[in-house]
Design a binder for this molecule. Structure first.
Ligand SMILES: Cc1cc2nc3c(=O)[nH]c(=O)nc-3n(C[C@H](O)[C@H](O)[C@H](O)COP(=O)(O)OP(=O)(O)OC[C@H]3O[C@@H](n4cnc5c(N)ncnc54)[C@H](O)[C@@H]3O)c2cc1C
Ligand code: SF4
Ligand code: SF4
Ligand code: SF4
Length: 402
């Protein structure tokens, strides 16, 4: 009998790389394969496939799905300052995850892996939560974590699954039913570059700083709340070099913020709006100074340098969990106010010069993008680095006078 092998996606813009099809295939016939720029797409092994079509029906990115709409929106910070410093925004994820583990649950999220990429991993001990903390601006590989989560839920365990909205939607579709023990957390997400692109950049900085990378973070809170990273290199003589990767001085952060190196489908992201797949949504409360100056002033005003999050409860389960946690300080806001400084809550990123940039990368690797960046940015980067060092409160004071 002739097999009816399905087509998993027509165009690259139809596939977010969530891997739900890989997890659902009963024959293990699907593998994620990298394209020229390193973006992973599922590929069927025709010899193994039996034509059951479970893979096409599980695809949340291509099938219309019912998502949640915000019930309550907050500005929030973690009461645990140490946790907030290790996190990208207000440390909300760590507070949620710690509480979840302390109540006997298991947490999934994105961690740097031993191959200098990012993968989803399971954490069941509070002391290992640091692995999942902090934003990694690279696509995380889901691997078999949907299967692992299902196994745990079926055995009656409590699971917190966090990730980009498309990863959370992929999990929900893969599970196919509601589990009482599942809590989902999606992050506000404007797009993901590939692991290959990220690794080209890491090779570039190792050459530049003449050392082996021993530590890397995209968001170093020690220099305040912003998108400035940090890297530590070990030179051949054993010396340690600490380098701040300023948003304005790092070519990777520049192209990332511009939105020119994301996966093709991110420019048609279904989740860039109020319809959220997670019980809870977390993001940076960019623009809080305009939307809620009252939360920053006075004796109980928040210190912005530790980061302030936007937290959205999309379901009654999410709302209940948030209300039960002691470690959070939450103040009321609205979705409209949060979206004001976070365009990703209104529409997907714009493609801009993506095609041109990725073509240049395909031909000349990261060196080509670095050269382009240096020509474009030149001296301007130093001015904005100085600006980054001025505390936010002083910047505002100066703005009012100059
Ligand atoms: C690629 C990407 C784009 C983002 N874009 C925006 C944006 O446009 N606007 C905005 O407000 N916020 C954005 N964020 C979210 C923001 O940076 C913080 O992650 C979020 O506010 C949570 O902060 P936190 O302090 O509570 O926790 P943190 O400890 O900072 O974050 C940990 C959480 O982030 C998840 N995570 C980290 N990296 C990844 C990854 N590569 N893939 C999937 N999940 C990941 C972990 O699983 C965990 O749930 C983005 C994050 C990522 C990873
Ligand atoms: S299930 Fe996910 S990885 Fe598979 S085709 Fe759909 S979007 Fe792509
Ligand atoms: S049709 Fe069935 S066997 Fe074939 S790849 Fe899809 S899920 Fe696997
Ligand atoms: S922008 Fe949308 S499609 Fe792209 S990674 Fe984020 S959630 Fe997924």
């Amino acid at each position: 009998m002739e097999k009816n092998i399905p087509v998993l996606y027509q165009n690259k813009s139809d596939c977010c790389g969530c891997g739900a099809c890989v997890n659902v295939c009963p024959r293990n016939a699907i593998k994620m394969v990298a394209d020229e720029c390193g973006f992973l797409y599922p590929k069927i092994d025709d010899d193994l496939c039996v034509g059951c079509r479970k893979c096409t029906s599980v695809c949340a990115f291509q099938n219309i799905s019912e998502e949640n709409t915000p019930l309550s929106t907050y500005a929030a910070v973690s009461k645990n300052k140490e946790q907030a410093v290790k996190s990208a925004s207000g440390g909300i994820f760590a507070s949620l995850a710690e509480d979840f583990i302390n109540k006997g649950g298991i947490v999934f999220g994105a961690s740097f892996d031993e191959k200098r990429g990012v993968s989803h991993q399971l954490v069941d001990k509070v002391e290992n939560l640091y692995l999942l903390q902090g934003s990694k601006y690279v696509q995380s590989k889901i691997g078999n974590t949907y299967k692992e989560a299902k196994k745990l839920l079926t055995a009656g365990e409590k699971v917190l699954f966090s990730g980009t909205p498309c990863q959370v939607a992929g999990l929900r579709s893969y599970l196919g039913k509601v589990y009482d023990g599942l809590l989902t957390v999606d992050i506000i997400c404007h797009g993901v570059p590939s692991e290959k692109i990220f690794q080209s950049y890491l090779h570039f900085i190792e050459d530049k700083y003449k050392g082996k990378l021993t530590y890397f973070t995209f968001r170093d809170k020690n220099i305040g709340w912003g998108i400035n990273g940090k890297a530590i290199f070990e030179t051949p003589s054993g010396k340690k070099k600490n380098v701040t990767l300023w948003q304005s001085g790092s070519s990777y952060l520049f192209y990332f913020i511009k939105g020119w190196i994301y996966r093709e489908n991110c420019y048609q992201c279904k989740y860039a709006g109020a319809h959220r797949p997670g019980d809870i949504t977390l993001g940076d409360y960019w623009g809080i100074e305009k939307q809620h100056p009252e939360y920053l002033n006075g004796a109980d005003g928040w210190d912005e340098s530790n980061g302030i999050s936007v937290v959205i409860a999309n379901t009654s389960k999410g709302l209940e969990v948030l209300n039960e946690i002691d470690g959070l300080e939450m103040r009321s806001s609205t979705f409209e106010k949060a979206a004001y400084g976070n365009k990703q809550l209104m529409h997907p990123s714009e493609k801009g010069k993506r095609q041109e940039i990725l073509e240049q990368y395909r031909i000349g690797g990261w060196d080509a993008l670095e050269n382009r960046y240096q020509k474009k940015i030149g001296i301007r980067k130093y001015a904005s680095q100085v600006k980054s060092l001025i505390p936010l409160k002083m910047k505002r004071w100066l703005k009012g006078r100059i």
